[in-house]
Design a binder for this molecule. Sequence first.
Ligand code: 5AD
Ligand code: SF4
Length: 494
Amino acid sequence: MYGDVNFDQINLLEAPPTGEPDRQYYFIAKCRQWVRDFEREQGRRPRACVVNFGCQMNARDAEKLSGILHSAGYEITEDENADFVIYNTCTVRDNANQKVYGRLGVLNGFKRQNPLMKVALCGCMTQEAQTVAKLKESYPFVDLIFGTHNLYRFAELLCEMYGSGGRVVDIWEGTDRIVEDLPVERKYPFKSGINIMFGCDNFCSYCIVPYVRGRERSREPREILREIEKLAGQGVVEVMLLGQNVNSYGKNLENGISFAELLREVEKIEGIKRIRFMTSHPKDLSDELIQVMKESQKICRHLHLPLQSGSDRILKAMNRRYTKEQYLALTEKIRREIPDMAITTDIIVGFPGETPEDVQETIDVIRKVQYDNAFTFIYSKRTGTAAASMEPVPEKVVRQGFDEVLKCVQDTARMRIARYQGMTMEALVEEVNEGQNSSEALRELGAGEGQVLLTGRLSNNTIVHFPGSREQVGTFVNVYLKECRGFYYLGVTV
Ligand code: 5AD
Ligand code: SF4
């Protein structure tokens, strides 16, 4: 198991092992040799920067990339003017792609100044053939390109890149493989994401994810529980179980257990105080899961339940496989069983064929459900998806609908979040807030000498800022929620 591996004892004179993860340990050891040579020649260790775009799944992948680089001996930095920079990309909407292309230009400038610098690109964008073609043609300074299915081979690809001196491109169409026990460098010592499944089989007609992340694959429950137990042993108190559609967890496993059963097992792990998960598909959310959430002492009072649209016609065209009525019945049931449950959602405006009447249906759902927060997106056409061939909505109509939905979301969420004002709730302290407004907030809250502004998260996922000390990061504190400021609170510890 990783953690017990001594990379410097691996014999590099032998051929690399064929089995995983041993093969990758071998290549990490080989990278360490390269790093030592670099250090000898340059008088310093090479610096590596991992930049993440996109969702929680990508954030977890970025921790794996950092873990491998760290094990290889690199100094990890947030400065993109480094010796190795890797972009872990997202392609869910086109603006994510544009951001990457823009920043690649900046990297090229750094590379001109530093001939030792290498640039790599991985993640969802590189799974698209047209992206790879564009990179090959117009971005010759990108040295390594790989995809989502072969991320576990990062160490091997890194060695190949340094060995070949040229560009390495390795994109797989898909995989049924899950490689366990690779190094991970966590961003927070006290909380962690855990992949419970990969890919998605739903094929919502707008979504590129099933194409770039492949078919749904669940991890074995014993591997998940072993990982969480290990994390708990290292001081992790909050876990976020990650999957594109966690409600269908276990379906492809031979002796599979349901997501609700998995949660029951995670609940038993000593040291874990909070359990979160992401993302739930409304069509698969079972009564058993609602029951487990209700009885649990650890599962957070927050459910992200993407609506996408409130119009039956559009939901059908999106291939979401539920109706407005079914969605509303589900949220009513959840609120009946667990009244303090915060519900958040994702909404797409401007899906092909959407009319102003359809938008009103979406607004109707927002008013009825009273979301604690909603992420509203403008529909973005993704090549290869079923919706890509459908008639687009004129931009002006989209804009109008988007503004109306956004306003409705903001108005309802503000009211909903404010309902806890004046109460005391438990928060997990996540970080010190050094932003521009922190000194003003500290003054307003009557902070004492030497206190800093801390940022904590409530069980229902709402953020609260309050005065405290740096040492409190990673601990639970009771905070009096003094004043609701839109989407967050200002408070004081009690
Ligand atoms: N255009 C706009 N939004 C999209 N999403 C997924 N695909 C698209 C697209 N093509 C949104 C959905 C999903 C969230 C992660 O991103 O709302 O829930
Ligand atoms: Fe995309 Fe739908 Fe799968 Fe979510 S459930 S990743 S929106 S295809």
